[in-house]
Design a protein around this ligand. Structure first.
Ligand code: FAD
Ligand code: SIN
Length: 550
């Protein structure tokens, strides 16, 4: 959400509509698209609606730089990838999920290759087909990448595959449709009569068609949340505007279990520049020998971890935070000039980062890059089992919006895209079985879900300062629920969020919906859940570091 768009005055909801589909996937990032393509191929009769609140291509997927981790080289093993993932996760990973993800990884990456993803090639005898990068916490080179634009390469390949399935009538896109709330059996019956939640089955979702300004009630047999992360809850983030935690908020409101939201991962190296506050400087640069230094030119990571600059991300981000607090400096340097890579190698390996920095007056081949940590990845989310099923029947969650147990207290670099494809495929396989069981029981989709009820809401005739509230929440989280936490700061955050929550709830029920209001409401709920999680976890572990339980 940009400041320019948030002050729009809302118009009355023009009309309502109803849609039916076997499957509704909310989100068109790598997780949502991979799941849709697999499901469409598994079952040719399945009709899949993919809703996306912005342009289809917009989401964190498109910005992924480093790549996708998978055991590929001849000297790498599943055991090593499993051990690295468990080590980064600081004891809180689910070992069964880690094993599934690592072992199914090469198969899913192979499918991406077959679909045409242009991973960078190599001629090394150890990995004769694809070039492999190394990133923090990895004991081996195992990151397949497409230069430094891996996410864009995967996302565009998947989109073109999905477009083919659209031409065959199996997939339909609902672009610029934002999911407002899920429709559960409980919701369809009316407001819950007791405090004990009994959501029952998920029957679909209400979407706001942003361009037509109408609410579409989609009835589906299976609903998949693939809405990505929640980096926009923080003032400084590498995430795009769409990352407002919507899927986590709507699932929680519907009664699904969510978890581990206190584990927001801060990427150590986001570019520090007045004109560019979200651009990532990939960890792959450190994998190629770039060194973190303070402004006095001293390398400092050796003091914090035997792996130095290639320590797991939580440790590197905390070390930078500490160094900046100690020196009072606003950033540190990431120096690629000491890597031994030639100018040509740097330009060839990191063309996107090279060009972007150059456009801002920084030549990374001859000078260090100013960097700071920024909120990057949500390790928690909607709790799911190994088949991507949430705690609500017929509701699945995949990708960054989900909490599979893979990442524990801290995600290993480049395991996110891997999780998106492994568990996206698992969701597709399980949903295909669910749909065929339901078909054999003669189930059709005609439950007659209720239409959206706008109640007494009126069109918003005055500007409400959504932008200011948004900024307040993001600043609050950055200052009080950041890299280093304390009980006192968390209590302060709770008190302030409660007031903001009440104010926004009153807007929400009084005025007709806009995309901005929906996102703000979700962001506040996710912020509260992050703080609740942080308060409940009375220990320092992985990404949750508190001075009260050091
Ligand atoms: P996204 O790609 O974020 O897609 C979410 C989709 O949901 C979007 O289409 C969005 O419009 C839609 N959506 C959201 N809310 C709603 C709603 N209410 N209604 C309808 N639609 C909605 N991971 C790696 O493994 N390797 C990397 O190299 C790497 N680099 C990264 C670099 C950057 C700069 C960033 C930000 C992240 C990086 N990550 C990386 C993390 C990784 O990119 C993401 O975790 C992953 O792409 C998430 O995919 P996704 O499909 O779950 O979500
Ligand atoms: C990066 O390229 O540093 C991002 C990798 C990741 O987030 O996994």
């Amino acid at each position: 959400m940009t400041v320019a768009t948030v002050k729009a005055i809302s118009q009355p909801i023009a009309h309502k509509a109803k849609r039916r589909s076997s499957v509704l996937i909310i989100g068109s990032g790598i997780a949502g698209l991979f799941c849709a393509i697999k499901l469409a191929r598994l079952n040719k009769n399945t009709k899949i609606l993919i809703a996306s609140k912005a342009d289809l291509i917009e989401g964190s997927s498109k910005y992924a730089q480093g790549g996708i981790a998978s055991v590929w080289s001849k000297i790498d093993t599943f055991d090593q990838h499993i051990a690295d993932t468990l080590e980064a996760g600081a004891g809180l990973c689910d070992p069964k999920i880690v094993e599934i993800c690592v072992k199914e990884g090469p198969k899913r990456v192979g499918e991406l290759v077959e679909m045409g993803v242009p991973f960078t090639r190599s001629h090394s005898p150890l990995n004769p087909d694809f070039d492999l990068h190394r990133e923090g916490g990895h004991s081996q080179r195992r990151i397949l990448h497409a230069d430094d634009l891996t996410g864009l390469a995967i996302e565009t390949t998947l989109l073109s595959q999905a477009r083919e399935l659209e031409a065959q009538g199996q997939i339909e896109f609902l672009e610029h449709h934002i999911a407002v709330d899920l429709i559960t059996e409980e919701k369809a019956r009316g407001k819950p009569s007791t405090q004990i939640r009994q959501p029952g089955r998920c029957l679909g979702a209400y979407l706001l068609d942003v361009r037509e300004n109408r609410i579409v009630a989609v009835e589906s047999q299976v609903t998949v949340i693939a809405t990505g992360g929640a980096g926009k809850a923080y003032l400084y983030t590498t995430n795009p505007d769409v990352a407002t935690g919507d899927g986590i908020a709507i699932a929680y409101r519907a009664g699904a279990e969510v978890g581990n939201l206190e584990f927001m991962q801060f990427h150590p190296t986001c570019l520090f520049h007045p004109k560019e506050r979200t651009f990532l400087i990939s960890e792959a640069l450190r994998g190629e020998g770039a060194i973190l230094k303070n402004l006095a030119g001293e390398s400092f990571m050796e003091k914090h971890h035997p792996l130095g600059c290639l320590a797991p991300r939580d440790i590197v981000a905390r070390a930078i935070d500490k160094e900046m607090k100690r020196t009072g400096d606003k950033h540190v340097w990431l120096d690629l000039t000491c890597s031994g890579l030639s100018k040509e190698d740097i330009q060839k390996k990191f063309p996107n980062i090279f060009q972007k920095c150059l456009s801002l007056g920084i030549d990374i081949t001859i000078e260090p890059i100013p960097v700071v940590p920024a909120a990057h990845y949500m390790c928690g989310g909607v709790k799911v089992d190994e088949h991507s099923r949430s705690t609500i029947e017929s509701l699945y969650a995949i990708g960054e919006a989900s909490f599979t147990g893979l990442h524990g207290a801290n995600r290993l670099a480049s395991n996110s895209l891997l999780e998106a494809v492994v568990f996206g495929a698992r969701a597709a396989e399980t949903a295909a079985v669910e749909l065929s069981n339901r078909a054999s029981q003669g189930e059709t989709i005609a439950n007659e879900i209720p239409e959206w009820d706008s109640g007494q809401a009126v069109a918003l005739e005055e500007q409400i300062d959504i932008a200011a509230t948004w900024l307040e929440v993001r600043t609050l989280l950055w200052n009080y629920v950041g890299i280093v936490r304390s009980n006192r700061r968390l209590e302060r955050a709770t008190r302030r969020l409660k007031i903001i929550h009440e104010e926004v709830q009153s807007y929400y029920w009084t005025y007709l919906l806009t995309k901005e209001l929906i996102e703000l409401r979700n962001l506040i709920l996710v912020a509260e859940l992050i703080v609740n999680g942080a308060q409940a976890r009375r220990q320092s572990v992985g990404l949750h570091y508190t001075v009260d339980y050091p």
